[in-house]
Design a protein around this ligand. Structure first.
Ligand SMILES: *Cc1c(COP(=O)(O)O)cnc(C)c1O
Length: 388
Protein backbone atom coordinates (compact mmCIF):
# COMPACT_ATOMS: atom_id res chain seq x y z
CA UNK A 1 0.00 0.00 0.00
CA UNK A 2 1.15 3.53 -0.77
CA UNK A 3 0.51 6.35 1.69
CA UNK A 4 1.78 9.71 0.44
CA UNK A 5 2.47 12.44 2.99
CA UNK A 6 0.07 14.67 1.07
CA UNK A 7 -1.88 14.13 -2.13
CA UNK A 8 -3.36 17.38 -3.40
CA UNK A 9 -4.65 15.69 -6.57
CA UNK A 10 -7.46 14.11 -4.56
CA UNK A 11 -8.60 17.51 -3.33
CA UNK A 12 -8.38 18.87 -6.85
CA UNK A 13 -10.78 16.18 -8.08
CA UNK A 14 -13.40 17.45 -5.65
CA UNK A 15 -13.28 21.05 -6.92
CA UNK A 16 -12.17 20.50 -10.50
CA UNK A 17 -15.54 21.27 -12.10
CA UNK A 18 -15.92 24.59 -10.28
CA UNK A 19 -12.33 25.57 -11.07
CA UNK A 20 -12.73 24.78 -14.75
CA UNK A 21 -15.83 26.95 -14.86
CA UNK A 22 -14.41 29.87 -12.88
CA UNK A 23 -10.85 30.32 -14.10
CA UNK A 24 -11.75 31.00 -17.75
CA UNK A 25 -13.95 33.85 -16.46
CA UNK A 26 -10.87 35.38 -14.82
CA UNK A 27 -8.88 34.87 -18.01
CA UNK A 28 -11.60 36.55 -20.06
CA UNK A 29 -11.88 39.47 -17.63
CA UNK A 30 -8.10 40.04 -17.66
CA UNK A 31 -8.50 41.47 -14.13
CA UNK A 32 -5.51 39.54 -12.89
CA UNK A 33 -4.20 41.35 -9.81
CA UNK A 34 -6.41 42.29 -6.80
CA UNK A 35 -9.99 43.06 -7.92
CA UNK A 36 -13.38 41.55 -6.99
CA UNK A 37 -12.21 37.99 -6.25
CA UNK A 38 -9.62 39.31 -3.80
CA UNK A 39 -12.23 41.56 -2.17
CA UNK A 40 -14.61 38.63 -1.82
CA UNK A 41 -11.89 36.53 -0.22
CA UNK A 42 -10.99 39.34 2.19
CA UNK A 43 -14.60 39.69 3.28
CA UNK A 44 -15.02 35.93 3.74
CA UNK A 45 -11.84 35.48 5.73
CA UNK A 46 -12.29 38.57 7.90
CA UNK A 47 -15.64 37.17 8.94
CA UNK A 48 -14.32 33.62 9.33
CA UNK A 49 -11.50 34.85 11.58
CA UNK A 50 -13.77 37.08 13.67
CA UNK A 51 -11.89 40.18 12.51
CA UNK A 52 -13.09 43.46 11.05
CA UNK A 53 -10.49 43.61 8.28
CA UNK A 54 -8.45 41.29 6.08
CA UNK A 55 -5.87 42.30 3.49
CA UNK A 56 -4.93 39.82 0.77
CA UNK A 57 -1.19 39.66 0.10
CA UNK A 58 1.41 37.77 -1.90
CA UNK A 59 2.41 35.11 0.66
CA UNK A 60 2.45 34.20 4.34
CA UNK A 61 6.04 35.37 4.52
CA UNK A 62 5.12 38.75 3.06
CA UNK A 63 2.18 38.97 5.48
CA UNK A 64 4.63 38.66 8.39
CA UNK A 65 7.09 41.07 6.78
CA UNK A 66 4.35 43.64 6.22
CA UNK A 67 3.06 43.30 9.77
CA UNK A 68 6.53 44.18 11.06
CA UNK A 69 6.90 47.00 8.51
CA UNK A 70 3.53 48.41 9.56
CA UNK A 71 4.93 48.71 13.08
CA UNK A 72 8.05 50.44 11.72
CA UNK A 73 10.30 47.71 13.05
CA UNK A 74 13.87 48.12 11.84
CA UNK A 75 17.56 48.07 12.70
CA UNK A 76 18.32 47.38 16.35
CA UNK A 77 14.75 46.46 17.29
CA UNK A 78 14.13 43.09 18.88
CA UNK A 79 11.30 40.72 18.03
CA UNK A 80 10.55 37.68 20.16
CA UNK A 81 9.90 34.48 18.20
CA UNK A 82 9.91 30.75 18.99
CA UNK A 83 13.15 29.06 17.96
CA UNK A 84 11.14 26.15 16.62
CA UNK A 85 9.04 27.14 13.59
CA UNK A 86 9.19 27.49 9.84
CA UNK A 87 12.04 29.77 8.78
CA UNK A 88 9.84 32.71 7.72
CA UNK A 89 8.90 33.54 11.32
CA UNK A 90 12.45 34.65 12.09
CA UNK A 91 13.61 35.37 8.54
CA UNK A 92 11.30 38.37 8.17
CA UNK A 93 12.71 39.93 11.35
CA UNK A 94 16.29 39.62 10.14
CA UNK A 95 15.36 40.95 6.69
CA UNK A 96 14.38 44.24 8.32
CA UNK A 97 17.75 44.27 10.12
CA UNK A 98 15.96 43.73 13.41
CA UNK A 99 17.05 41.01 15.82
CA UNK A 100 15.02 37.83 16.26
CA UNK A 101 15.13 36.87 19.95
CA UNK A 102 14.56 33.15 20.32
CA UNK A 103 12.43 31.43 22.93
CA UNK A 104 12.27 27.70 23.60
CA UNK A 105 9.10 25.67 23.06
CA UNK A 106 6.53 24.15 25.31
CA UNK A 107 6.81 20.41 25.43
CA UNK A 108 3.09 19.55 25.12
CA UNK A 109 2.15 21.58 22.08
CA UNK A 110 5.34 22.45 20.15
CA UNK A 111 4.43 26.13 20.58
CA UNK A 112 6.45 28.96 22.14
CA UNK A 113 6.70 28.55 25.92
CA UNK A 114 4.89 31.56 27.43
CA UNK A 115 6.78 31.13 30.71
CA UNK A 116 10.07 31.90 28.97
CA UNK A 117 8.97 35.07 27.19
CA UNK A 118 9.13 37.70 29.90
CA UNK A 119 12.82 37.17 30.65
CA UNK A 120 13.57 37.98 26.98
CA UNK A 121 11.81 41.34 27.01
CA UNK A 122 14.08 44.41 26.90
CA UNK A 123 13.44 48.09 26.14
CA UNK A 124 14.19 47.22 22.50
CA UNK A 125 11.46 44.57 22.21
CA UNK A 126 9.04 45.81 19.55
CA UNK A 127 6.85 42.76 18.92
CA UNK A 128 6.17 39.16 19.91
CA UNK A 129 5.34 36.62 17.19
CA UNK A 130 3.75 33.47 18.60
CA UNK A 131 3.24 30.77 15.97
CA UNK A 132 0.19 28.50 16.02
CA UNK A 133 2.38 25.64 14.96
CA UNK A 134 0.94 22.68 13.05
CA UNK A 135 -2.54 24.21 13.39
CA UNK A 136 -2.79 24.52 17.16
CA UNK A 137 -3.11 27.86 18.94
CA UNK A 138 -0.19 29.02 21.06
CA UNK A 139 -0.81 29.79 24.74
CA UNK A 140 -2.36 33.14 23.90
CA UNK A 141 -3.86 33.97 27.28
CA UNK A 142 -0.46 34.05 28.95
CA UNK A 143 1.26 35.59 25.93
CA UNK A 144 -1.25 38.44 25.68
CA UNK A 145 -1.03 39.07 29.41
CA UNK A 146 2.76 39.46 29.29
CA UNK A 147 2.59 41.53 26.09
CA UNK A 148 -0.11 43.76 27.58
CA UNK A 149 1.87 44.32 30.75
CA UNK A 150 4.85 45.56 28.70
CA UNK A 151 2.74 47.21 26.00
CA UNK A 152 4.24 45.13 23.19
CA UNK A 153 2.19 44.28 20.09
CA UNK A 154 1.53 40.63 19.31
CA UNK A 155 1.61 39.41 15.69
CA UNK A 156 0.15 35.94 15.26
CA UNK A 157 1.93 33.71 12.77
CA UNK A 158 -1.21 31.84 11.79
CA UNK A 159 0.24 30.51 8.53
CA UNK A 160 -0.68 26.94 9.53
CA UNK A 161 -3.77 27.92 11.46
CA UNK A 162 -6.69 29.16 9.39
CA UNK A 163 -9.78 28.32 11.44
CA UNK A 164 -7.75 27.31 14.49
CA UNK A 165 -9.35 28.22 17.80
CA UNK A 166 -7.74 28.86 21.13
CA UNK A 167 -9.27 26.88 23.99
CA UNK A 168 -11.70 29.70 24.82
CA UNK A 169 -13.06 29.71 21.26
CA UNK A 170 -11.17 32.74 19.96
CA UNK A 171 -10.04 32.41 16.36
CA UNK A 172 -6.44 32.46 15.20
CA UNK A 173 -5.68 35.88 13.77
CA UNK A 174 -8.18 37.68 16.02
CA UNK A 175 -6.25 37.65 19.29
CA UNK A 176 -3.17 39.70 18.49
CA UNK A 177 -2.87 43.06 16.76
CA UNK A 178 -2.47 41.32 13.40
CA UNK A 179 -2.79 37.75 12.18
CA UNK A 180 -0.72 36.46 9.26
CA UNK A 181 -1.98 33.57 7.14
CA UNK A 182 -0.49 31.63 4.23
CA UNK A 183 -2.25 30.05 1.26
CA UNK A 184 0.77 28.01 0.23
CA UNK A 185 -0.64 24.85 -1.39
CA UNK A 186 0.19 22.56 1.56
CA UNK A 187 -1.72 24.65 4.12
CA UNK A 188 -5.28 23.65 5.05
CA UNK A 189 -6.58 26.33 2.67
CA UNK A 190 -4.10 26.40 -0.20
CA UNK A 191 -4.09 28.25 -3.51
CA UNK A 192 -2.64 27.23 -6.86
CA UNK A 193 0.54 29.06 -5.99
CA UNK A 194 1.62 31.55 -3.34
CA UNK A 195 -0.71 33.82 -1.39
CA UNK A 196 -1.46 35.12 2.08
CA UNK A 197 -3.70 37.39 4.11
CA UNK A 198 -3.39 39.67 7.13
CA UNK A 199 -6.27 40.04 9.57
CA UNK A 200 -6.72 42.88 12.05
CA UNK A 201 -9.37 44.75 14.01
CA UNK A 202 -7.43 48.00 13.72
CA UNK A 203 -8.84 50.17 10.94
CA UNK A 204 -5.77 52.41 10.63
CA UNK A 205 -3.49 49.41 10.27
CA UNK A 206 -5.77 47.85 7.67
CA UNK A 207 -5.55 51.03 5.58
CA UNK A 208 -1.78 51.15 5.95
CA UNK A 209 -1.46 47.49 4.94
CA UNK A 210 -3.62 48.06 1.86
CA UNK A 211 -1.34 50.90 0.79
CA UNK A 212 1.79 48.98 1.72
CA UNK A 213 0.98 46.02 -0.54
CA UNK A 214 0.96 48.51 -3.42
CA UNK A 215 4.23 50.41 -2.77
CA UNK A 216 2.67 52.66 -0.12
CA UNK A 217 0.83 54.38 -2.93
CA UNK A 218 -2.20 56.60 -2.25
CA UNK A 219 -3.40 58.27 -4.40
CA UNK A 220 -1.88 56.90 -7.59
CA UNK A 221 1.84 57.75 -7.94
CA UNK A 222 1.98 59.49 -4.56
CA UNK A 223 3.93 57.59 -1.91
CA UNK A 224 3.71 58.47 1.77
CA UNK A 225 5.95 55.59 2.74
CA UNK A 226 7.85 52.76 1.08
CA UNK A 227 5.95 49.50 0.76
CA UNK A 228 6.40 46.82 -1.85
CA UNK A 229 4.60 44.71 -4.38
CA UNK A 230 2.79 42.44 -1.95
CA UNK A 231 -0.41 42.06 -4.00
CA UNK A 232 -2.52 38.93 -4.31
CA UNK A 233 -3.46 37.56 -7.75
CA UNK A 234 -7.10 37.26 -8.79
CA UNK A 235 -6.55 33.64 -9.86
CA UNK A 236 -5.36 32.68 -6.38
CA UNK A 237 -8.30 34.45 -4.76
CA UNK A 238 -10.74 32.76 -7.15
CA UNK A 239 -9.33 29.33 -6.30
CA UNK A 240 -9.47 30.10 -2.59
CA UNK A 241 -13.06 31.36 -2.86
CA UNK A 242 -14.00 28.04 -4.46
CA UNK A 243 -12.17 26.02 -1.80
CA UNK A 244 -13.37 27.98 1.23
CA UNK A 245 -16.83 26.33 1.56
CA UNK A 246 -15.08 22.94 1.89
CA UNK A 247 -12.69 24.07 4.61
CA UNK A 248 -14.80 23.11 7.65
CA UNK A 249 -15.28 19.62 6.23
CA UNK A 250 -11.57 19.25 5.49
CA UNK A 251 -10.68 20.41 9.01
CA UNK A 252 -13.06 17.82 10.46
CA UNK A 253 -11.56 15.06 8.31
CA UNK A 254 -8.08 15.96 9.51
CA UNK A 255 -9.29 16.01 13.12
CA UNK A 256 -10.95 12.62 12.66
CA UNK A 257 -7.77 11.24 11.16
CA UNK A 258 -5.86 12.46 14.21
CA UNK A 259 -8.35 10.70 16.51
CA UNK A 260 -7.98 7.50 14.46
CA UNK A 261 -4.19 7.63 14.73
CA UNK A 262 -4.35 8.33 18.46
CA UNK A 263 -6.88 5.56 19.11
CA UNK A 264 -4.89 3.01 17.16
CA UNK A 265 -1.55 3.91 18.70
CA UNK A 266 -3.13 3.60 22.15
CA UNK A 267 -4.93 0.33 21.27
CA UNK A 268 -1.63 -1.16 20.13
CA UNK A 269 -0.04 -0.19 23.44
CA UNK A 270 2.40 2.12 21.67
CA UNK A 271 1.21 5.31 23.31
CA UNK A 272 -0.67 6.71 26.22
CA UNK A 273 -3.49 9.21 25.88
CA UNK A 274 -2.69 12.36 23.98
CA UNK A 275 -1.17 15.10 26.02
CA UNK A 276 0.36 12.74 28.53
CA UNK A 277 4.02 13.50 28.48
CA UNK A 278 5.24 12.04 31.71
CA UNK A 279 6.46 8.68 30.50
CA UNK A 280 9.80 8.33 28.94
CA UNK A 281 9.61 4.90 27.49
CA UNK A 282 12.14 4.86 24.71
CA UNK A 283 10.12 2.40 22.69
CA UNK A 284 6.92 4.33 22.47
CA UNK A 285 5.23 6.97 20.44
CA UNK A 286 4.38 10.36 21.91
CA UNK A 287 1.12 11.65 20.48
CA UNK A 288 0.38 15.30 19.76
CA UNK A 289 -1.67 16.97 22.47
CA UNK A 290 -4.57 19.33 21.86
CA UNK A 291 -4.54 20.73 25.40
CA UNK A 292 -2.12 22.87 27.35
CA UNK A 293 -2.66 21.30 30.73
CA UNK A 294 -3.87 17.82 31.35
CA UNK A 295 -7.57 18.15 32.12
CA UNK A 296 -7.67 21.64 30.55
CA UNK A 297 -10.02 22.84 27.82
CA UNK A 298 -9.22 21.61 24.35
CA UNK A 299 -7.93 23.77 21.54
CA UNK A 300 -9.61 23.48 18.15
CA UNK A 301 -6.58 22.00 16.45
CA UNK A 302 -6.85 21.90 12.63
CA UNK A 303 -3.94 19.47 12.20
CA UNK A 304 -2.12 21.12 9.35
CA UNK A 305 0.39 18.55 10.51
CA UNK A 306 0.05 15.50 12.74
CA UNK A 307 3.32 15.22 14.61
CA UNK A 308 4.48 12.32 16.72
CA UNK A 309 7.69 12.10 18.70
CA UNK A 310 9.67 8.92 18.53
CA UNK A 311 13.02 7.50 19.36
CA UNK A 312 15.22 6.48 16.40
CA UNK A 313 13.22 8.89 14.28
CA UNK A 314 15.47 8.87 11.23
CA UNK A 315 15.51 5.05 11.10
CA UNK A 316 11.73 4.98 11.42
CA UNK A 317 11.40 7.50 8.62
CA UNK A 318 13.48 5.32 6.34
CA UNK A 319 11.52 2.22 7.34
CA UNK A 320 8.28 4.00 6.51
CA UNK A 321 9.65 5.13 3.15
CA UNK A 322 10.74 1.55 2.38
CA UNK A 323 7.15 0.51 3.06
CA UNK A 324 5.61 3.17 0.82
CA UNK A 325 4.68 5.66 3.55
CA UNK A 326 5.58 9.33 3.27
CA UNK A 327 6.63 11.33 6.32
CA UNK A 328 8.51 14.56 6.94
CA UNK A 329 10.63 16.23 9.58
CA UNK A 330 9.34 19.62 10.68
CA UNK A 331 11.82 21.09 11.57
CA UNK A 332 15.25 19.47 11.68
CA UNK A 333 17.17 22.68 12.48
CA UNK A 334 15.76 25.19 15.00
CA UNK A 335 16.60 28.86 14.44
CA UNK A 336 19.26 28.94 17.15
CA UNK A 337 21.25 26.41 15.12
CA UNK A 338 20.88 28.15 11.73
CA UNK A 339 24.09 29.52 10.28
CA UNK A 340 22.40 32.77 9.25
CA UNK A 341 21.49 33.57 12.88
CA UNK A 342 24.81 32.50 14.38
CA UNK A 343 25.88 36.00 15.32
CA UNK A 344 22.57 36.77 17.03
CA UNK A 345 22.58 34.31 19.91
CA UNK A 346 24.69 34.41 23.06
CA UNK A 347 26.67 31.15 22.90
CA UNK A 348 25.66 30.04 26.38
CA UNK A 349 21.97 30.04 25.53
CA UNK A 350 20.27 26.66 25.51
CA UNK A 351 17.03 25.56 23.90
CA UNK A 352 16.68 21.97 25.11
CA UNK A 353 13.05 21.42 24.13
CA UNK A 354 13.50 22.62 20.54
CA UNK A 355 16.66 20.54 20.25
CA UNK A 356 14.72 17.51 21.41
CA UNK A 357 11.95 18.21 18.88
CA UNK A 358 14.51 18.49 16.11
CA UNK A 359 15.66 14.96 16.97
CA UNK A 360 12.31 13.32 17.64
CA UNK A 361 9.46 14.81 15.61
CA UNK A 362 7.94 13.12 12.61
CA UNK A 363 4.96 14.30 10.57
CA UNK A 364 2.65 11.51 9.40
CA UNK A 365 0.13 11.78 6.54
CA UNK A 366 -3.00 13.58 7.83
CA UNK A 367 -4.63 15.07 4.68
CA UNK A 368 -8.45 14.92 4.59
CA UNK A 369 -8.77 12.22 1.92
CA UNK A 370 -6.57 9.73 3.80
CA UNK A 371 -8.42 6.40 4.21
CA UNK A 372 -8.96 4.31 7.33
CA UNK A 373 -6.89 1.53 5.70
CA UNK A 374 -3.99 3.90 5.07
CA UNK A 375 -4.01 5.00 8.72
CA UNK A 376 -4.17 1.40 9.93
CA UNK A 377 -1.32 0.43 7.65
CA UNK A 378 0.79 3.38 8.84
CA UNK A 379 0.24 2.57 12.53
CA UNK A 380 0.90 -1.12 11.92
CA UNK A 381 4.13 -0.32 10.08
CA UNK A 382 5.29 1.87 12.96
CA UNK A 383 4.39 -0.92 15.41
CA UNK A 384 6.40 -3.39 13.33
CA UNK A 385 9.39 -1.06 13.42
CA UNK A 386 9.19 -0.53 17.17
CA UNK A 387 8.70 -4.21 17.97
CA UNK A 388 11.30 -5.32 15.47
C1 LIG B 1 4.10 28.43 5.58
C2 LIG B 1 4.54 29.23 6.74
C3 LIG B 1 4.95 30.57 6.62
C4 LIG B 1 5.18 31.23 5.30
O1 LIG B 1 4.13 31.21 4.43
P1 LIG B 1 4.45 31.30 2.84
O2 LIG B 1 3.09 31.52 2.26
O3 LIG B 1 5.04 29.98 2.45
O4 LIG B 1 5.36 32.42 2.61
C5 LIG B 1 5.24 31.29 7.76
N1 LIG B 1 5.17 30.72 8.98
C6 LIG B 1 4.81 29.44 9.14
C7 LIG B 1 4.73 28.88 10.52
C8 LIG B 1 4.50 28.64 8.03
O5 LIG B 1 4.17 27.38 8.20
Amino acid sequence: MKVPLLDLKLQYKEIKEEIEKKLPEIFESQMLVLGPEVEKLEKTLAEYSDCKYAVGVSSGTDALLMALMALDIGPGDEVIVPTYSFFATAGVVARLHAIPVFVDSEIQTFNIDPKLIEEKITPKTKAIIPVHLYGQAAGMEEILKIAGKHNIPVIEDAAQAIGTQYQDGRKAGSMGLMGCFSFYPTKNLGGFGDGGIITTNDEKLSIKLRQMRNHGMEPKYYHKFVGGNFRLDAIQAAVLNIKFPYLAKWHESRRNNAVKYNTQFIAKGLAEAEGIIRFNDKNRVLLPAAVYRSGGAENYHIYNQYIIRVNKRDELRKYLADNGIGSEIYYPVPFHRQECFESMIPSAEKFPVADMFAEETLALPIFPELTEEQIEYTVKTIADFIEK
